[in-house]
Design a protein around this ligand. Structure first.
Ligand SMILES: *[C@@H]1O[C@H](CO)[C@@H](O)[C@H](O)[C@H]1NC(C)=O
Ligand SMILES: *[C@@H]1O[C@H](CO)[C@@H](O)[C@H](O)[C@H]1NC(C)=O
Length: 376
């Protein structure tokens, strides 16, 4: 968001002043953390430690949804890893890297380009279905050569895989490719063969409408099933990691506005806005725990995220986790934990294990995964 602000340059100060008033005031407030007190980790009843390393560098080279198209820097080892949180070992938990034997990748390379996923239990079949946001490169169908990504963008798809509670493999079931799956950020399963995605830059994979998307508000929520896709909420400002609530409502955060919009799902799969909650933080992914409480990965100082994205090993942005739940019929947001950038990685996803009270932090822009245990 705010890096775009700088890209516009100093030559257009007057324009900026207008933009600021009309579009950016809230974003700047959120972006620079103005008016916020960032609390130290020691204020919260948790002890935290690192449990696994990740490889964030490749993200800053190949991330088509946000316009990074350096194919040489694309990750060669993206995979889905299972962290068995019911099986602690030594300092961490049992890890399993799932193989994808039947999956051919792009032009036969077998590679995944994972950006986010959603899982659901298929109770009837006793399986787990994973819907994966897969940011694949574009190739010429005839020659098999890579296309010029700066002009055509990537070829993001949503890939459906099937697995089981103790499985070591992911079975590839279906690839959803559609012009409305353009800049997918995250996916939320909606039952049967259907799902919702946020396109954080809407239909624009490249060009000025892509670059200015968070300001112009060209982001969308799109519904898909095997028959096709259609946008169902448009003119959104950087819609990020949406989630389907256990109450059947769809929750969509805006990183730009610091809000969470709540939608009711209509019989034709369209969306009707029923509520909007101001969180006051730039927001990434939402995740519900077993009790139906929503955990929110939040950025106390939004602009620090861009530094972390480009230099994940040295930047130490502050991070926070919020919780949203309904009390007496209204949504209430509480800060659960915060860190000024000393211990916790800047998380893009926070999961709450309701059974143990543990919080798990993972990130596409930090080099490790951490866990925080509640102090007794
Ligand atoms: C692209 O990625 C490669 C491999 O990581 C790196 O050496 C190169 O500097 C990157 N190019 C740009 C323009 O960032
Ligand atoms: C994108 O992926 C789909 C599904 O695999 C494929 O049919 C299509 O040819 C790809 N398009 C490009 C431009 O790579």
């Amino acid at each position: 968001m705010v890096n775009i602000f700088f890209k516009i340059g100093l030559s257009a100060v007057a324009l900026l002043a207008v933009l600021f008033q009309v579009y950016l005031k809230d974003a700047i407030w959120l972006g620079f953390g103005i008016g916020k007190t960032i609390q130290p980790l020691s204020d919260f009843p948790y002890t935290c430690r690192t449990i696994a390393d990740t490889h964030p560098i490749s993200r800053s080279h190949w991330m088509p949804s946000v316009g990074d198209f350096n194919l040489t820097g694309r990750s060669q080892r993206d995979s889905v890893v299972v962290l068995d949180i019911d099986k602690p070992v030594e300092n961490g938990f049992q890890l399993r890297v799932l193989k994808t034997p039947g999956y051919t990748g792009t032009a036969g390379d077998g590679l995944l380009d994972v950006a986010g996923f959603a899982g659901t239990d298929n109770i009837e079949k006793g399986t787990i279905e994973l819907l994966l946001v897969n940011h694949r490169p574009s190739v010429d169908a005839e020659t098999g050569e890579f296309l010029d990504h700066s002009s055509v963008g990537g070829n993001s798809t949503i890939d459906l895989f099937e697995t089981g509670p103790d499985a070591t493999e992911l079975k590839h079931v279906h690839t959803y490719a559609n012009k409305y799956i353009a800049t997918p950020n995250r996916v939320a399963a909606a039952g049967g063969d259907s799902f919702y995605i946020t396109n954080d830059h809407g239909p624009h994979k490249v060009g000025w409408r892509h670059a200015l998307s968070p300001i112009l508000g060209t982001g969308d929520v799109t519904f898909c099933n095997k028959a096709g896709c259609k946008p169902v909420a448009e003119e959104l400002k950087f819609p990020n990691g949406l989630a389907m609530g256990p109450d059947g409502l769809l929750y969509v955060p805006s990183s730009m506005l610091g809000t969470i919009t709540v939608y009711r799902i209509l019989p034709d799969n369209g969306l009707e806005k029923v509520d909007e909650v101001f969180a006051g933080y730039g927001i990434d992914n939402l995740a519900f725990d077993k009790h139906g409480d929503m955990y929110i990965a939040a950025f106390p100082v939004g602009v620090e995220i861009f530094k972390a994205y480009k230099d994940p090993f040295n930047a130490r942005p502050p991070t926070a986790t919020l919780r949203m739940r309904k009390q007496d019929g209204v949504y209430v947001i509480d800060k659960i934990i915060e860190d000024a950038g000393e211990t916790l990685p800047v998380a893009t996803t926070v999961l709450h294990d309701a059974k143990t009270g543990r919080l798990f932090f993972s990130s596409v822009i930090a080099p490790w995964i951490s866990v925080c245990e509640p102090k007794n």
